[in-house]
Design a protein around this ligand. Structure first.
Ligand SMILES: *[C@@H]1O[C@H](CO)[C@@H](O)[C@H](O)[C@H]1NC(C)=O
Ligand SMILES: *[C@@H]1O[C@H](CO)[C@@H](O)[C@H](O)[C@H]1NC(C)=O
Ligand SMILES: *[C@@H]1O[C@H](CO)[C@@H](O)[C@H](O)[C@H]1NC(C)=O
Ligand SMILES: *[C@@H]1O[C@H](CO)[C@@H](O)[C@H](O)[C@H]1NC(C)=O
Ligand SMILES: *[C@@H]1O[C@H](CO)[C@@H](O)[C@H](O)[C@H]1NC(C)=O
Length: 461
């Protein structure tokens, strides 16, 4: 007992010293599972615990964890409906942070949802295009510099280093308009976030004032409206001409939320005027989170029906300074391993897990990608999910599961989903994989349901 105590004492003093003398040394030498026991500027032992886990997934014996998939364990732990299912509240007790408050559809999204009604069974929408031409063109103009690029030729890693050093979010090649005035509220839909006590009760003395944030202050993030053919607005304007069908320059990925939600504000990013204030304890250590990518219908690194989507995600994540640390890729079509791995850049092999079998959407299956995700994810991680494997009833089952479990919908940041329904113009490309009993309004409903749970859900190409 005594020797363990001394061991901790020495380690804590060394870390403190390292923390004061050289922050980057601190980052480099910190072993992963570590409790830093310091108390200045209000940090508590619990806040510095790097082993943060979801309460309902961390309980149970090893044997249970090995034999029962996480989704089943979550289901079993929810036998009492009155139980607090808000995992943010349960996970971050006593801590302040940014959390999702609401999703607000733009007037454009609302109007389109109504006006599309008479056209739902039709495959072509000429009068609707006519009515929305001006708005769609405005939308395209305002999207410039705010949407993710379709191809990325500079992954911007140097800028990410600079960001880390300076502690501010810089505008860069993925978001050239990060600092400009917000886009039109008339066109773009919004996520509202609020800086609050994440899990009551919070001790006012531990408020992270060094960040510059104020209690109850709100932040608005914008996202592309659910509109047109649910892809690039040009596809709608050009009556489905193929040129823009695979173009990804309409989706707004939110770097701010990726960097700030929950306690991620501890990372490096503070309000500019707060940058020079003295940081609290654990500021650096709490930045140790992973960036997970789960891809359902992954194809191989450079291929895919919609172009090289894996590569696009890898480049885009790098561009937003959240390079993936773990990739879980599911592809049903058999490929020769030597060929599939042959095209994966060397540096990615350490992060790359390629499951070359069909996904199983059952909660009981270890082959359900959501069970794989829940086995690995920690609350502070950023999570990106793509769902596009062209089997609409299984895709729908996966989406339902996400909407059902707070461990999933409160953790997934960005979600990309190609919802295969009766969609104008897209029937040419979808050759009957779609669910013909669902229409564009049903699709908008699904994306709204996801967004209202706080997931920034994009209709994927
Ligand atoms: C940290 O120290 C202050 C002042 O010594 C004390 O008031 C506070 O209760 C301590 N906080 C914790 C969580 O130990
Ligand atoms: C990178 O893309 C920009 C525009 O997006 C272009 O102007 C530039 O020439 C490209 N650079 C290279 C090396 O291809
Ligand atoms: C923040 O909001 C909470 C809950 O609405 C309220 O009780 C509290 O007084 C507010 N605090 C400040 C400083 O606005
Ligand atoms: C999916 O997983 C469940 C549970 O493990 C299993 O019973 C079922 O047969 C699987 N379905 C397929 C198509 O493999
Ligand atoms: C199509 O969608 C309807 C409504 O959600 C559902 O009942 C039906 O099972 C789906 N059909 C297929 C083939 O997925």
């Amino acid at each position: 007992m005594m020797s363990r105590y001394i061991h901790w004492l020495i380690l804590a003093s060394l870390l403190l010293l390292a923390c004061y003398e050289n922050r980057s040394l601190f980052t480099l030498t910190l072993p992963a599972p570590l409790v830093v026991e310091v108390n200045h500027t209000g940090a508590t032992r619990q806040q510095c615990n790097l082993q943060r886990e979801f309460p309902s997934l961390s309980s149970g014996s090893r044997r249970e964890k090995q034999s029962t998939p996480p989704l089943l364990r979550l289901l079993q732990s929810r036998r009492h409906p009155e139980e607090d299912n808000d995992v943010v509240r349960r996970t971050y007790q006593g801590e302040y942070g940014w959390r999702f408050q609401s999703y607000q559809s733009s007037p454009l999204e609302e109007a389109f949802y109504t006006d599309v009604r008479p056209f739902l069974k039709k495959r072509n929408y000429p009068p609707l295009i006519q009515a929305y031409r001006r708005k769609a063109e405005e939308l395209l103009r305002e999207s410039e510099g705010r949407v993710a690029p379709s191809t990325i030729n500079d992954t911007n890693l140097d800028q990410c280093d600079l960001e880390e050093q300076q502690g501010v979010m810089l505008s860069e090649s993925c978001h050239t308009k990060i600092d400009s005035p917000p886009p039109s509220k008339e066109l773009f839909s919004r996520f509202i976030y609020e800086f609050v006590c994440l899990g009551d009760p919070c001790d006012a003395a531990s408020f992270p004032s060094w960040t510059g944030w104020r209690l109850n202050e709100t932040h608005t993030s914008y996202i592309e409206p659910l509109f047109g053919t649910m892809r690039h607005p040009r596809v709608f304007l050009d009556s489905g001409v193929s040129e823009y069908v695979l173009n990804k320059e309409y989706m707004m990925i939110d770097k701010w939320a990726l960097k700030h939600l929950h306690t991620r504000y501890q990372t490096t990013l503070r309000r500019p005027e707060a940058v020079h204030s003295n940081g609290g304890a654990c500021k650096v250590s709490r930045d140790r989170r992973s960036s997970l990518f789960v891809d359902l219908g992954a194809s191989t690194y450079l291929d895919g029906g919609g172009g090289a989507s894996q590569k696009w995600f890898v480049d885009t994540a790098a561009c937003y300074c959240i390079s993936f640390t773990d990739m879980f890729l599911f592809e049903a079509t058999p490929h020769k391993p030597i060929e599939a791995w042959g095209v994966v850049p060397d540096y990615l092999h350490a992060h790359y897990r390629w499951y070359n079998y069909p996904v199983n959407a059952s909660l009981e299956s270890w082959r359900n990608p959501l069970n794989v995700l829940l086995s690995k994810v920690r609350p502070d991680d950023t999570v990106t999910v793509k769902i596009d494997f062209d089997t609409s009833h299984l895709e729908a089952q996966i989406i339902d599961t996400i909407l059902h479990f707070p461990e999933l919908f409160q953790t997934i940041d960005e979600l990309f989903y190609e919802h295969h329904v009766l969609m104008p113009y897209m029937y040419r490309y979808w050759r009957g994989w779609y669910n013909a009993s669902l229409n564009l309004r049903d699709s908008i409903d699904v994306f709204r349901a996801l967004r209202r749970k706080g997931i920034r859900a994009h209709s994927w190409v």
